[in-house]
Design a protein around this ligand. Structure first.
Ligand SMILES: Nc1nc2c([nH]c(=O)n2[C@@H]2O[C@H](COP(=O)(O)OP(=O)(O)OP(=O)(O)O)[C@@H](O)[C@H]2O)c(=O)[nH]1
Ligand SMILES: [Mg+2]
Length: 314
């Protein structure tokens, strides 16, 4: 007999301090005792957002004003195939409380590790923790110019995730720049992902490693531990699937749109991006011709947000 398919709408509810509300499933329920993002199953003929509004009224006594899609996770449990349709909201009326007797708690995403969640929730936790804008560094005439551009993006654009891409630098110069960039990122509460060899990555001890697509395709297992982010560049469905197999935490998918630097290039487009992102359970940033103006569009088709050099690097 085919497995039961269950479609669930759930929410990452944020307060003004950047904390997220989690709730404890009653011990008698399926997955009892585990913490979850509040929500529940769609009733017949409900859309995801309608179900979300109803569930959060019933479970927490709040009214959602505005919500944006965050991530869709397909997961096989032994007895059912579940689709977790997860939304993000900062706009709601009322003070949430456990209307069904469940414990609820506001938690900083950095502390999620202290709570036990259902097996399907790994990618959701990563999506909640990662920001929606991802800066990839561009050219710099010298180190002073680099520092100025990085600081500008962190301070003025509020960037919280940076990939240090500098193919023009040799290994020693890259390492020196990475060490300084790491200190600057730490000062501003941002995470730094290095696009370099494993040796340099281990020496610098940054927050994550970025795999170019060629390296992604050559690897057979995750090259670093779970305490660091592992990211990859992808350009098609096959590479995205490989990123998933390897256990990457997130990926970029490019080129989504035409860029001034590659006029007339074959692009993926929003339609195909949506299809490709739906096939994986991993936050995916839309890259290539994308700017902050595309942020809502990118999220509407299932991306985590946008990645860009041009929009943030000046
Ligand atoms: N709400 C929610 N459900 C989750 C999460 N992760 C996860 O695997 N699930 C699974 O998704 C399903 C959600 O069903 P639910 O029990 O919340 O449904 P519901 O609110 O409509 O309640 P009911 O059908 O028990 O009355 C459960 O099988 C649950 O284990 C999560 O983070 N939030
Ligand atoms: Mg529920």
């Amino acid at each position: 007999m085919p497995k039961r398919r269950v479609h669930v709408a759930a929410a990452a509810i944020f307060n003004d301090q950047g904390q997220v509300l989690i709730a404890r499933r009653p011990s008698i329920a399926d997955q009892g005792g585990l913490w979850e993002f509040p929500g529940g199953k769609l009733a017949p003929y409900e859309t995801g957002l309608e179900a979300l509004r109803r569930e959060l009224r019933e479970e927490l006594g709040i009214n959602i004003q505005r919500a944006q899609p965050l991530i869709r996770v397909h997961h096989e449990y032994p007895d059912k195939h579940i689709l977790l349709d997860v939304w993000e909201t900062h706009d709601f009326e009322g003070e949430p409380w456990g209307r069904e007797g469940q414990a609820v708690r506001w938690v900083s995403p950095d502390d999620f590790g202290r709570y036990a969640f259902p097996a399907a929730n790994g990618p959701i936790i990563r999506a909640v923790t990662l920001p929606h804008d991802y800066l990839i560094t561009g050219e710099a005439s010298d180190e002073e110019d680099f520092d100025r551009k990085l600081k500008r993006a962190l301070v003025e654009d509020g960037i919280k995730l940076v990939q240090l891409r500098a193919h023009d630098l040799g290994e020693d110069a890259y390492r020196a720049r990475a060490e300084r960039a790491l200190a600057t990122c730490r000062e501003h509460g941002a995470s730094l992902i290095l696009n370099c060899s494993l040796e340099v990555f281990r020496a610098v001890d940054a927050d994550g490693l970025h795999l170019p697509s060629r390296e992604l395709m050559a690897l057979t297992h995750r090259p670093i531990g779970d305490d660091k982010w592992l990211a990859a560049s992808t350009h098609n469905a096959e590479q995205l699937a490989q990123a998933q197999r390897l256990g990457c935490d997130f990926a970029t998918l490019s080129p989504v749109r035409e860029t001034p630097s590659h006029p007339g290039a074959v692009t993926i487009g929003w339609h195909d991006l949506q299809q490709m992102v739906e096939e994986v359970t991993m936050p995916v940033y839309a890259l290539g011709g994308t700017s902050r103006d595309d942020g809502d569009r990118a999220r509407a088709v299932g991306a985590q947000g946008i990645a860009s050099i041009r929009d943030f690097w000046r």
